[in-house]
Design a protein around this ligand. Sequence first.
Ligand SMILES: [Cu+2]
Length: 184
Amino acid sequence: MGSILGKRAVAVVLACLMFASSIQLSAGAVYKVGDSAGWTTIGNVDYNLWAATKTFHVNDTIVFEYNPQFHNVMQVTHAEFRACNASSPISTHTTGNDSITINTHGHHFFLCGVPGHCQAGQKVDINVLRAPSVAPSPSGLTPSPVPPVTVPALSPNDAPHVNLQFGWLLLVFQLLFVFYFSGN
Ligand SMILES: [Cu+2]
């Protein structure tokens, strides 16, 4: 049947694909706003403090989890953010599980448009740094299809590392698999 060389070529191509996919997996992080508290007025969550503990990068995703009967998410301008003005939002999200991928650097202002909620502190400023490549250590969570609920359990510093390791593990198995069969 096919030469060992041919099968090894296939193995190399597969290996490259595996490696490429592992890189892609660690491209963007997912952050659940408020962590386990979610997006709420209960408990006086300090969303400024929450945001201050994160280092956001372009292509990161923020998830707002809340009861859509009581809250919503509006992206607003800086002026509207400061004034808690929900009259002309840039965009409005109402599903109760809103994933928003940040595509640009700079400040992204969000508030709850339900009367009184923004004034009560249900507002968050997501500041995305200009130069994501400067990051001294990989930060942010894995964008894996895991439900957002499990996301805060992971350390932001561990996820990309784990992802990359997982990609390499797959690669190794792939190579072993192909070489095993090319040997027969
Ligand atoms: Cu609200």
